[in-house]
Design a protein around this ligand. Structure first.
Ligand code: K7E
Ligand code: CUA
Length: 686
């Protein structure tokens, strides 16, 4: 936005850059002059700039990269990238092209700066609810973020992310960048289908990864279901799931009562994507371990990685989710552990689930902008396989199958549904797309990103399905992320490679545990060019989604008294009410405290309670100034809240330790911030 506007008037920034860079390239750098070979005289850089370049030992391409990525203060980045934080359990918000981290959003792990999981009731409830009958979990492994969609386009209102380790899903509002709901997927132990939404965010879909033990008719209950692990039992009694979780945008909550789940065979389902356009109504997941191996190295069996990689083909799962929705409406699903489940048998009988062969132990699963092609990374084959959704639909309509899997799922013929296979490089994983009909694939083993042309209608040139460029990556690239990819309207411009290893890219090294490396790549020209290496020292990111900054419209401050859990007035916000009230609730003593914070006073600043009381604070930040956040930390009590301007928050803890404890504002908010403090007196019980 900002950038484009500036380029329209007068000399564009890009023209200026081009001429200065030309100046550098023709001898501005090391006194080496080839300017005679170039016909029009090119401007050179001022001597002080040349000196910096010389002193810092920079090459022309470094200077170009710096000029393309530097974003001055108060000027906007072009894109926001929401990146998984891997086993940090959180989400990172990064500006592109500056590659600055703007925020780490607390999701599955307590986070003190945001007062997440340290006494703030709404966050404690989220973490509690997310544990849903399991032990209290403070660990998640976030992989695949998704942004809410309107007509399949990202609308910038909601962000979803999955927790692979515990099969949970979270919804984050992009109005205030806070987690609003977390759900544990029923009958599911781990997930990897990420979070992908249907075109108007009616559902957030997600496939399981490792199948869970499953009692016929009773499904899987964490900590309850036990089926002895043997190869036979694994085939017979373990199951995977695909869950379509209804999302209520107005309330910001997942709605299990209106969700449904499909039981699927115990292969290891992997990445998932929900289609639009020609693939509207369909979802696609790939799978590994169709060998149904379980490992057992010390029991005389081959290790899982060998046993699970025998077959040349695994199965792309093709699911008609609109038909599944109908089948649920017709009452053909059975409620198991709080969700309507379409049995595997019903899914087959009703024409909901189909397979297509996919080579070999594949990984990524993506859809081109037109919605016409599904692209799978071969992982153990150097191929990207492209399926034509029109052909898939036709083959299904004509009932053209090559046979069935052991569970009776019909398998389409590979030749009937394939559009093309492109030999790209070693270990192809994930694909992303630009606005000109190109795909990009990460090659984990050959350490490169490979660019190729798609077919019509995405690409209408005369060389479809061909490799057009490649660039080395440092190192072991997992996902890649282009602007608004996996939607109908990618924006081109940038690609970020989410690299697993950084090895020597950051000097000096910071110990044996090295950061991951995000490499920013310019994809505007014919040749891709690396612009920036960004160390990620906050867990291991998997996927990221990048959207134009102007699609995200966060609040600046909350209206005073707002409960961020609902964006409504907090039920306990009573204007002007301050002080402590001690009362009994179900036979227990509760000290309720109405509090305000404003530069630089916490009122009341003395809170007297009795040992054993449940202390419940309603804290309102009555500031109306942008960024005037106050914190509330209680010494030796592990209590910390972050109260944004206008917010009313509830904080609860049991005053189990007698004594006098300081509380203070933990955000340096004003010259008298150090004085923004008070005392909690806990009178010992007799
Ligand atoms: Cu390839 Cu979870 Cu998407 Cu990691 S997954 S890289
Ligand atoms: Cu409020 Cu420091």
């Amino acid at each position: 936005m900002g950038v484009e506007r500036k380029e329209k008037k007068g000399v564009s920034r890009r023209t200026f850059l081009a001429s200065t860079l030309a100046g550098i390239a023709v001898g501005g750098v090391a006194g080496f002059s080839v300017s005679k070979l170039v016909s029009p005289p090119t401007p050179t850089l001022p001597p002080d700039i040349q000196n910096i370049i010389k002193e810092r030992n920079l090459q022309p391409q470094h200077v170009e990269a710096a000029l393309k990525t530097y974003v001055p203060g108060a000027q906007p980045d072009e894109f926001l990238m929401f990146s998984s934080g891997g086993h940090s359990g959180q989400v990172m918000v990064i500006g592109v092209p500056s590659m600055r981290i703007y925020k780490v959003i607390a999701v599955f792990t307590p986070e003190p700066w945001q007062g997440y999981g340290y006494g703030d009731v709404k966050t404690m409830e989220l973490l509690q609810k997310a544990s849903n009958g399991m032990r209290f979990l403070t660990l998640g492994d976030t992989h695949h973020p998704e942004i809410s969609r309107t007509n399949a386009e990202y609308d910038g209102e909601w962000l979803f992310i999955g927790d692979k380790l515990n099969a949970r899903k979270a919804a984050i509002s992009l109005k205030d960048f806070e987690t609003k709901d977390i759900i544990k997927l029923p009958n599911t132990q781990t997930q990897h289908g990420g979070a992908c939404t249907t075109p108007n965010t009616e559902y957030v879909a997600c496939g399981s990864q490792f199948p869970a033990p499953w009692e016929p008719g009773r499904g899987y209950k964490p900590g309850k279901t036990y089926i002895k692990l043997t190869e036979d039992n694994f085939r017979e009694y373990f199951r995977g799931t695909v869950t379509f979780t209804r999302f209520d945008r107005a309330r910001g909550k997942f709605d299990l009562a209106n969700s449904f789940q499909i039981e699927i065979p115990p292969y290891m389902q992997d990445l998932e994507i929900v289609g639009w356009g020609p693939s509207d109504g369909w979802t696609f997941l790939n799978s590994i371990n169709t060998e149904l191996a379980i490992g057992g190295v010390l029991e005389g069996k081959p290790p899982l990685e060998i046993a699970a990689s025998q077959k040349d083909f695994d199965y792309l799962h093709i699911i008609n989710w609109k038909k599944a929705e109908q089948v649920v409406r017709q009452g053909k699903a059975k409620e198991i552990n709080g969700i309507k489940v379409i049995s595997l048998e019903t899914a087959i009988k009703e024409g909901i689930l189909f397979f297509a062969p996919e080579p070999k132990s594949p990984h990524g699963c993506d859809i081109t902008p037109s919605g016409r092609y599904v692209v799978i990374g071969g992982k153990l084959e150097p191929l990207v396989t492209i399926y034509d959704v029109e052909k898939i639909k036709r083959a299904i309509a004509d009932q053209r199958f090559q046979g069935e899997d052991p569970y009776g799922v019909p398998i389409l013929r590979f030749e009937d549904v394939k559009a093309a296979q492109i030999e790209v490089g070693l270990g192809p994983l994930h694909d992303e797309f630009d606005n000109l009909g190109h795909g990009y694939v990460s090659c984990f083993i050959s350490n490169e990103v490979v660019k190729y042309s798609l077919g019509p209608p995405d690409y209408t040139g005369d060389k479809p399905f061909q490799v057009v460029d490649r660039i080395p990556i440092h190192y072991n690239v997992g996902h890649i992320c282009t602007t608004e990819s996996n939607s109908p309207s990618p924006k081109g411009r940038y690609l970020v490679a989410l690299n697993k290893w950084s090895v020597d890219r950051f000097q000096p090294p910071t110990g044996p545990l090295l950061p991951q490396n995000f490499q920013l790549i310019d994809i505007t020209g014919e040749k891709m060019r690396i612009l920036y290496d960004m160390p990620i020292g906050l867990g291991e990111p998997h996927y990221a989604k990048m959207i134009s900054v102007n699609k995200v419209k966060p609040l600046e401050v909350y209206p005073v008294g707002t409960d961020p859990a609902t964006f409504q007035k907090h039920p306990k916000y009573i204007e002007g009410k301050l002080g402590v009230e001690r009362k009994q609730e179900n036979g227990k003593w509760v000290s309720e405290v109405w509090m305000t914070v404003v530069r630089s006073t916490i009122t009341p600043d003395i809170v007297r309670v009795k040992q054993g009381d449940l202390v419940r604070l309603y804290i309102t930040n009555i500031e109306t100034t942008k960024d005037a956040t106050h914190g509330f930390g209680v010494a030796e009590y592990n209590v910390q809240a972050s109260i944004e301007p206008g917010e009313t928050t509830t904080v609860e803890f049991v005053a189990d330790h007698p004594g006098v404890f300081c509380f203070y504002c933990v955000e340096f908010c004003s010259p008298l911030h150090l004085e923004m403090a008070g005392w909690l007196e806990v009178e010992p019980a007799e």
